[in-house]
Write a protein that binds this ligand. Structure first.
Ligand code: DUC
Ligand code: ZN
Ligand code: ZN
Ligand code: ZN
Length: 477
């Protein structure tokens, strides 16, 4: 099976140019000047499929390196399965995800790793990899870290919040980081001061402040800045490379920037919700159906930050200057009915999470249209850096011979309306971006050479997506 994508504008992180892309089987065979022949062969006549891409961008498929499909959490389970979540991702131009295997306190790491493979195998529309979450750090967990790196799971996430669920104390964090420094794994951190948050939540609930808005107020930026600084210092002490997930506070950005200026291997990820949504949206939330509980739609952690304080503006700036290196979604979807509404009378019972795996590429493209980032930076933030950061580059994250045929044909003259019943294939009964209009459109999506989405139609098959064995990070200084 050979496919030619012709006359498109190929956009890589390194630059942009008119080119034809020839895909042979699952792999990109050549990137050629438009209309080229190859050893005298008229390409167009010798391929099975021709995709006309004049006036469109041809980009490496998106890589969402932070998703939680069917994760048990907050007394329920994230509402997208590996099947529904990866299909929605494909619709939105994402061709790989890296999801999280969860070890809750008391569980065995390798047992959980096996269990997650069983959940995902044969279900996915696109390729997937795993990070491993470590909660309590048992001796067996340290041995497992070596085995997992050899298995292609080269990154480990830890939490400074969520006591009794995920939280590791500083000693446990240092123990795991020492192992990361030794075996080359990238250590990932949910950086929020959990004991401070737990206290503020308890005080708010006791005072009768139980609406969703209080979620944001009880997770202040100081708790994020402090934990980010502490994580950086623990990484500095051990020599482990550190990746801070879902950075939302401008003060946390500055901690990361300072560490990077000091030459430390510290990286930061943000998410579309911290660029587009704010605490004020949550405060103003009101609907006929839910009243002020409407705000539960935007309850996630780290929380949305105040627009008046300038966090969103600072975050776009950090994406331009590379103080923040990439954008993932932290896709952790829950329905309002039967899930979020567990917190109807107490915000602390609302399962934390926003689902947006389908919209990341579009929302970030809107950042290009609005003048926040360049076209190449769009590709870098959503595909190339995720590939390099998590040891997938070469096969993923770039359009070049030898790379997987993971390609999106993106139409800058197209249009996308976001919302339930529109571009929404996620298993959620609401959209966090209801009513958003995007000045662009995902036209055609190829996963390893196969067209899986064309003009909003899903043409793939469950199980097309395969486990991707990752190497060590290719982004370290
Ligand atoms: N944040 C969320 O919003 N959901 C899952 C876990 C997390 O850290
Ligand atoms: Zn987290
Ligand atoms: Zn997460
Ligand atoms: Zn279109």
């Amino acid at each position: 099976m050979k496919t030619l994508i012709k006359n498109g504008t190929v956009v890589n992180a390194t630059g942009t140019g008119l080119a034809d892309v020839l895909i042979d089987g699952e792999t990109i065979a050549a990137v050629l000047a438009p209309g080229s022949t190859l050893l005298g062969f008229d390409l167009e006549r010798n391929v099975d499929t021709v995709i006309e891409a004049a006036g469109k961008y041809v980009i490496p498929g998106g890589i969402d390196a932070h998703t939680h499909m069917q994760m048990p959490f907050g007394g329920t389970e994230a509402s997208d399965t590996f099947e529904t979540g990866t299909r929605a991702a494909a619709h939105g131009g994402t061709t790989s995800i890296v999801d999280f295997v969860v070890q809750y306190a008391g569980e065995n790491v390798l047992d959980q790793y096996k269990a997650w493979h069983e959940k995902a195998a044969g279900q996915c529309a696109i390729d997937y990899g795993f990070h491993q979450i470590l909660s309590d750090v048992q001796d067996s967990s340290l041995v497992a870290m070596d085995e997992l790196v050899a298995e292609g799971v080269s990154s480990f996430k830890m939490f400074m919040a969520y006591k009794g669920v995920f939280l590791s104390d500083d000693g446990q964090i240092v123990k795991a980081m020492q192992k990361g420094a030794e075996n080359g794994a990238l250590m990932m951190m949910h950086a929020e001061n959990g004991s401070v948050i737990d206290l503020l939540v308890e005080q708010a609930v006791r005072a009768g402040n139980t609406s969703p808005y209080n979620h944001g107020l009880t997770r202040p930026w100081q708790a994020e800045e402090e934990a980010t600084h502490r994580a950086i210092m623990l990484a500095n002490l051990t020599g482990a490379p550190l990746y801070v997930v879902h950075v939302s506070a401008k003060q946390a950005v500055d901690q990361i920037a300072t560490a990077r200026d000091n030459g430390q291997n510290v990286f930061g990820e943000t998410c579309p919700q911290y660029l587009y949504l704010s605490l004020e949206d949550n405060l103003g939330a009101q609907s006929d159906e839910w009243g002020a509980f409407e705000g539960a739609k935007w309850v996630c952690s780290t929380p949305l930050r105040s627009k008046a304080e300038g966090h969103q503006h600072h975050m776009w700036q950090a994406l331009r200057t590379n103080d923040i290196q990439m954008v993932s979604t932290d896709h952790c979807p829950f329905c309002m009915k039967g899930q979020k509404d567990m917190g109807l009378t107490d915000f602390s019972k609302i399962p934390n999470g926003i689902g947006s795996v389908e919209h990341r590429m579009d929302l970030m493209y809107q950042g290009v249209v609005d003048g926040h980032i360049s076209l190449s930076r769009w590709v870098e933030l959503t595909s190339t850096t995720p590939a390099r950061m998590f040891g997938m580059y070469g096969k993923k994250g770039v359009i070049q011979p030898g790379a997987d045929g993971d390609i999106v044909v993106y139409d800058p003259n197209g249009h996308t309306s976001i919302g339930v019943g529109k571009t929404h294939h996620m298993n959620m009964d609401y959209s966090a971006y209801e009513g958003y209009e995007i000045d662009g459109h995902v036209d055609t999506v190829l996963s390893r050479g196969k067209v899986v989405v064309d003009d909003n139609r899903y043409l793939g098959t469950k199980g097309d997506g395969k486990f991707f064995k990752r190497g060590l990070s290719q982004y370290l200084i």
